[in-house]
Design a protein around this ligand. Structure first.
Ligand SMILES: Cc1cc2nc3c(=O)[nH]c(=O)nc-3n(C[C@H](O)[C@H](O)[C@H](O)COP(=O)(O)OP(=O)(O)OC[C@H]3O[C@@H](n4cnc5c(N)ncnc54)[C@H](O)[C@@H]3O)c2cc1C
Length: 383
């Protein structure tokens, strides 16, 4: 790769891109990370302090090997950076019996030998008194789940990457890229032109602008999260409340124990999505989204109030089947991409960074990426 300014350029230094920069740099690659905004900004998909990590994975048992490695990496990277990135609280998935969510989580535990426990509605409310649940709910408890400090993890990855020699340039969006005659890439920003042997695209909600092959298959939608005052903090404190996904008739809500930011953090409903154009600056949750959260607090969390201390909007980049896309570009194997994680990707950012480094350096990874190939979408380019 001599003659290039860098071995690898990473376009988009958010959740996934920051991890890619670190994994590449620690393996001796000359890395340039280019980020559209400030580091840890609030315009993309990774802000809001925390993201749930669940090993019991109702979205599909195929994710479990990757999420296990992600869990390991969050702990390892936190130690290296001297920052608490991973907080293990246990996780609970709660849903009506027979709705399929809890049953799928249980399937992933059984397939992969994960410790877990099935709980009745009464048992859930006895152990975790923050909840008031409707009849017919059941839960799956898994002790290794928890949350990742999401912006902090971006800072940790970037700090480590820089210490290993990576160059990170913020407020410098990639405008375009092309392949070169010698099998490398040329990347153009408003400040310069760079060349490299490889390119990693981790541009999240802006992936369509850099990856035309993927563009027809992506939708960007706005999601709401809030931090709410509580009448009684005890049932919400760390050690008392696990991270959770709560499926009720209104949709899937998710929440966290009290941590750093005052207030009980509740998000959702997961499928209550509203289209958003990422290039427009407003991220304010809609009144409808705010009302959904307020109603859920009133119904299901008797010790919380509907008083929001903070509300934020954030973007999901959703694929047609809601599964990830992790692949190389049809006709340009030197370009790898990951993102578009349909609202459940952050927990994997650590391992996706590692996978991007593996693919860029060796052309392969130990994980089975077959379920995540672009070609599964009709007309996506490669068989
Ligand atoms: C409200 C909400 C709650 C969520 N909860 C969870 C959860 O609990 N657990 C979980 O696992 N997942 C969760 N997710 C999903 C998860 O957060 C996302 O899948 C993840 O953050 C995506 O990471 P990313 O690196 O793809 O995107 P980002 O972190 O947004 O990074 C993309 C980066 O690329 C930059 N960029 C874009 N275009 C360019 C360009 N042309 N040049 C340079 N830079 C560019 C952007 O500025 C951005 O910084 C949630 C998402 C939201 C919105």
């Amino acid at each position: 790769m001599s003659g290039h300014s860098y071995d690898v350029i990473v376009a988009g230094v958010g959740g996934m891109g920051s991890a890619a920069c670190w994994h590449l740099a620690q393996r001796g690659q000359r890395v340039l990370g280019l980020e559209r905004f400030d580091l840890g900004h609030g315009m993309g998909s990774s802000h809001g302090m925390t993201r749930i990590i669940r090993l019991a994975y109702f979205e599909g048992t195929q994710y479990v090997p990757m999420v296990r490695r992600a869990h390991e990496l969050w702990a390892e990277t936190g130690k290296k950076a001297g920052l608490d990135l991973l907080h293990v609280t246990g996780s609970i998935d709660i849903a009506p019996e027979g709705a399929g969510f809890v049953e799928s989580s249980q399937r992933s535990c059984l397939d992969h030998g994960l410790v877990h426990e099935m709980l009745s509605r009464d048992e859930i409310m006895r152990r975790f008194p923050a909840f008031r649940l409707p009849e017919g709910q059941i839960g799956l408890w898994q002790p290794d789940g928890g949350f990742v400090a999401s912006e902090r993890a971006i800072y940790a990855h970037v700090g480590l990457a820089q210490a290993a020699g990576a160059v990170i340039r913020t407020n410098e969006p990639v405008l375009e890229w092309s392949t070169t005659a010698h099998g490398g890439v040329k990347v153009v920003t408003d400040k310069g032109t760079y060349t490299a042997g490889r390119l990693v695209l981790t541009s999240g909600a802006w992936m369509d602008t850099l990856n035309p092959a993927l563009a027809p298959h992506l939708r960007t939608v706005k999601q709401a999260i809030g931090w709410y005052s509580v009448k009684n903090p005890e049932p919400f404190r760390m050690g008392r409340l696990p991270v959770f996904i709560l499926t009720v008739e209104e949709g899937n809500f998710y929440g966290f124990p009290l941590w750093e930011h005052p207030g009980f953090k509740l998000g959702g409903p997961h499928f209550g999505r509203e289209p958003i154009d990422p290039s427009q600056p407003d991220r304010t949750p809609s009144p409808r989204q705010v009302q959904f959260l307020k109603d859920a607090l009133e119904r299901y969390f008797p010790d919380a109030t509907g008083e929001a201390l903070a509300l934020k909007g954030c973007i999901y980049t959703v694929t047609p089947d809601e599964h990830f896309v992790i692949d190389t570009m049809p006709g340009a194997e030197q370009v790898a991409f990951a993102s578009c994680c349909s609202g459940h990707g952050y927990k994997f950012a650590s391992v996706i960074g590692e996978i991007m480094a593996d693919i860029s350096i060796t052309g392969k990874t130990r994980f089975d990426l077959a379920p995540f190939r672009l070609a599964r979408f009709a007309g996506a380019g490669r068989a």
